[in-house]
Design a protein around this ligand. Structure first.
Ligand code: GLN
Length: 498
């Protein structure tokens, strides 16, 4: 049998349509590869091979019968375990949801099923999407396919590694402060955080509701465009989704952008930027210049407050969103709370049950965020912290608005460093938080952000370039990135995974 696992979704669709391969043979090939290699990586938290194969066979039957097929007919896709899948485990990387089986599908999942995609499994992630390395998963870390002593990035590390390792040609993740773009960069693939409101979040387990977005992981931009067409659009079940027509992202991808004015963000080339990452971004800029782009330097003066503002806004929202996990309706319930909290027996049993359930169910980073957020919102402090952070957020948004008056797209590194070693930053939350220094402001402003592969370090680790555009300008963002993709071949590189 021919190995089709080094493909993209678009090229697989051509082979499926010509009858060269079947959905069953494609799915079998990807599942076999995952069976063989996932022991080294720990990409998947749950996999149901039989269910995936049954789905693939039903797509083949539809094709054979000449029934109309969806846009992703027979294409395997992996889903971050933050997305609800009906009747199947959805843990969010947490012990808190170890036994949770949602009674419904997320809207993006329904759309994938309607498009005849084949869901192959749920991928590992930092607990409740809080982290930059996937080491905060309650189920153990995922490893980077390019170097298994290193992290794949996070929080969607499992989804990024799934695509990088060719366990599926497509995956979905979520991005609250960089969780799609940073792991995409560190795993050498494409990751897009769409505009806030572009993709429905119904059925996405909430972390920080004013920042969270769902988006694709792929090997190249054609696949990103295709997957975006499937998942985008308004949804009556998500009041924050926006009713703006969904462009034909794939159909227009190869049209050159109307203008190619690129802004280099001065603040994204400062202290802490790895020299090899910087050199590779500068080289990418030369590629754009050779393609006729005008490149100018722009400033986002308030971006230096991005991490600080984010670590007030995101924890504040998380403390509220995670209040529902108290062991009553949602989440882990402590079995032996009666024995806990000696000296506090006068507290009602219900309260002690909730305290023990939360203490047992949440990991240390989640607890840190809940405490930070509760403090930032507390009476007497909210004005100094939370409200102040909202003002900074507005200034950050204004910086972007100003920059986009003179350029079409902003370009810089996605992550200040390539993939770091497992354990390297776990003892230092601040070092971990600084992994997102270039991605966080995008979420605060609500604009789309894309990471594409643009190089390898001397030791063979992927480097990602970030491109940012105004709200709902995904189409032009993809077309601008495509100019670089066409001129280079970084998207064809694969990790040396044996
Ligand atoms: N690393 C950031 C955090 O821990 C962003 C995570 C994300 O985008 N979900 O909050």
């Amino acid at each position: 049998m021919i190995d089709c696992t080094r493909s993209t979704a678009v090229s697989l669709l051509a082979r499926l349509n010509s009858g060269e391969v079947t959905a069953e043979s494609v799915t079998t090939a990807y599942l076999d590869r995952a069976n063989r290699l996932d022991g080294q990586l720990h990409v998947f938290l749950h996999r149901d091979n039989e269910r995936a194969l049954a789905q693939a066979r039903s797509v083949d039957a539809k094709r054979k019968a000449g029934e109309p097929l969806g846009l992703l007919a027979g294409i395997p896709i992996a889903l971050k375990d933050v997305l609800c899948t009906i009747g199947e485990p959805t843990t969010c990387g947490s012990k808190m949801l170890e036994n949770f089986k949602p009674p419904y599908d997320a809207t993006v999942v329904s759309k994938l099923r309607a498009a005849d995609a084949v869901i192959v499994g749920k991928t590992n992630m930092d607990e409740f999407a809080m982290g930059s390395s996937t080491e905060n998963s309650a189920y153990g870390p995922t490893r980077n396919p390019w170097d298994t002593t290193r992290i794949p990035g996070g929080s969607s590390g499992g989804s990024a590694a799934a695509v990088a390792a060719d366990f599926a040609p497509l995956a979905l993740g979520s991005d609250t402060g960089g969780s799609i773009r940073q792991p995409a960069a560190l795993c050498g693939i494409v990751g897009l955080k769409p505009t806030y409101g572009r993709v429905s979040r119904y059925g996405l387990i909430a972390f920080a509701s004013s920042l969270d977005q769902i988006g694709p992981f792929t090997h190249d931009l054609a696949d990103t465009a295709l997957l975006m067409s499937v998942i985008s659009g308004p949804d009556p079940r998500d009041a924050t989704s926006v009713d703006i027509p969904v462009p034909d992202y794939l159909g227009t991808l190869d049209q050159p952008p109307k203008s190619l004015r690129i802004g280099l963000v001065r603040e994204f080339f400062g202290e802490g930027l790895d020299p090899e990452v910087e050199a590779s971004i500068r080289e990418a800029i030369r590629v754009y210049e050779a393609a006729g782009a005008t490149v100018s330097e722009v400033s986002l003066p308030h971006s230096k407050y991005g991490v600080a503002a984010y670590y007030l806004v995101a924890p504040a929202e998380c403390s509220s969103n995670l209040a529902r996990y108290d062991g009553t309706i949602f989440g882990h319930r402590s079995e032996d709370f009666a024995a806990k909290y000696p000296g506090e027996e006068d507290l009602p049993p219900l309260i002690r049950m909730m305290m023990a359930s939360r203490a047992e169910g949440f990991g240390p980073e989640v607890k840190r965020r809940i405490m930070l957020g509760t403090f930032a919102l507390s009476a007497g402090y909210a004005d100094q912290y939370y409200t102040q952070a909202l003002k900074v957020r507005r200034l950050i948004r204004n910086d972007f608005d100003e920059a986009f008056k003179s350029v079409d797209v902003l370009v810089g590194p996605t992550s200040p460093t390539p993939a770091f070693k497992l354990g390297e930053r776990t003892a230092d939350p601040l070092a971990m938080y600084l992994s997102d220094i270039y991605t966080i402001t995008t979420n605060l402003a609500g604009i789309p952000g894309l990471s594409i592969p643009c190089g390898l370090t001397k030791s063979g680790l992927p480097i990602g370039m970030q491109l940012l555009a105004p709200a709902f300008a995904e189409e032009n963002l993809l077309r601008t990135a495509r100019v670089f993709e066409k001129a280079t071949d970084w998207q064809t590189r694969r990790p040396p995974l044996a």
